[in-house]
Design a protein around this ligand. Structure first.
Ligand SMILES: [Zn+2]
Length: 354
């Protein structure tokens, strides 16, 4: 009986640590900065000390307008107006590596991109918007299940230097919760919308456990989203040709670091752009990697656990979130149901034996 009770305890603990089921109705209005006076945001704010966050002016405009450079404190390190990148990650460490990233999804166009990535046997990092995650939970789960790396791009895509400390927390935590409720993983990397960040914003996102990732330089910003205004074949072909030239030039002289590019899984034309650009990896001799892989991060989520495959039974239901481990993610909502079903069956069988 003692053995059975311990089995029951372990099983119930595994179920309790699994993620909550995703419920779109729990989340704030789409495409708007979430209110900060709600019980959920107040609870998140209680768990973080914002008292020592540096004080800098909250900017205005979307994107924010730059005041006279001389009026900006040097230690603000505001990327948008001072071209200051602080300790943000802007390269992959290995020359010849192409850090492949897509922002602003998931959207209904994303599955086409996933098919292309699968055909090319490459993984990418998706910097996802909370607003789009809650509208496309199945596509988000597909990204994760197919081994891609999920990272945050905030809830509503507002420039973070224009928001209050509390609004920044709400933007990040709602997005984090959406991805957690769908995949069981707590994101660890963030890309600020428009790359707009200063030392106030950096301090807050770091307190929430995030690492900041940008793209290498304007040369590696595809500006693919601008094609959507006039998505003609001629414009698409010209954009692919121009970006191919940049990638080929890098491949010919990779220097000391790998690069991180910026693309978007936002429109049909941006997905078409990505499909046509991928072959340049082979011709320019570049190795495509998601950001976690290019950085050698084996624990790419805040709640990643080193996977243990020592042959013992009764695993702990945790996951590294790495591609090879995603299929065993018992933390997903689907996985939760399986764990619960099996648990109840085991308990019933055990008790019926007495
Ligand atoms: Zn974006």
């Amino acid at each position: 009986m003692k053995t059975i009770l311990s089995t029951i305890t372990i099983t119930l603990m595994a179920a309790a640590t699994a993620s909550a089921a995703f419920n779109a109705a729990e989340f704030p209005p789409l495409n708007a900065v979430p209110p900060t006076n709600t019980p959920q945001v107040q609870e998140w704010l209680k768990a973080i000390n914002l008292a020592d966050v540096p004080v800098f002016p909250i900017h205005t405009g979307n994107p924010p307008a730059c005041p006279a450079i001389a009026t900006i404190p040097a230690d603000q390190c505001w990327r948008s107006c001072q071209s200051c990148r602080g300790d943000d990650i802007v390269t992959c460490p290995t020359p010849g590596v192409w850090g492949l990233t897509f922002d602003d999804g998931p959207t209904t166009f994303t599955p086409q991109l996933l098919t292309t990535l699968k055909e090319n046997k490459v993984k990418a990092t998706f910097f996802v918007m909370g607003t789009n995650v809650v509208q496309n939970p199945t596509i988000l789960k597909q990204e994760f299940d197919e081994g891609h790396h999920l990272a945050s791009h905030t809830w509503s895509h507002h420039p973070l230097t224009t928001l209050t400390n509390e609004q920044i927390v709400a933007e990040l935590k709602w997005t984090e919760k959406a991805v957690f409720d769908i995949t069981g993983m707590q994101m660890k990397y963030v890309r600020p919308p428009y790359g707009d960040i200063d030392n106030r914003v950096r301090a807050i996102v770091k307190k929430l456990g995030y690492i900041i990732v940008d793209w290498t330089s304007d040369v590696f910003d595809s500006k693919d989203f601008s094609l959507n205004a006039t998505p003609t074949e001629a414009n698409l072909a010209a954009a692919v040709t121009a970006f191919t030239a940049s990638m080929t030039a890098y491949g010919a002289n990779p220097g000391a670091k790998g690069i991180i590019t910026l693309e978007h899984d936002l429109y049909q034309v941006t997905v078409d752009f990505a499909k046509r650009l991928l072959p340049v990896a082979a011709s320019a001799k570049l190795k495509i990697q998601a950001i976690d892989d290019c950085l050698g991060d084996k624990l790419p989520y805040q709640n990643s656990k080193a996977s243990v495959n020592n042959g013992t039974t009764g695993g702990n239901g945790t996951s590294t979130g790495k591609p090879s481990d995603n299929k065993s993610s018992a933390a997903s909502s689907i996985g939760t149901k399986v764990v619960m079903t099996v648990s109840l069956a085991v308990i019933a069988a055990a008790l019926s034996a007495f």
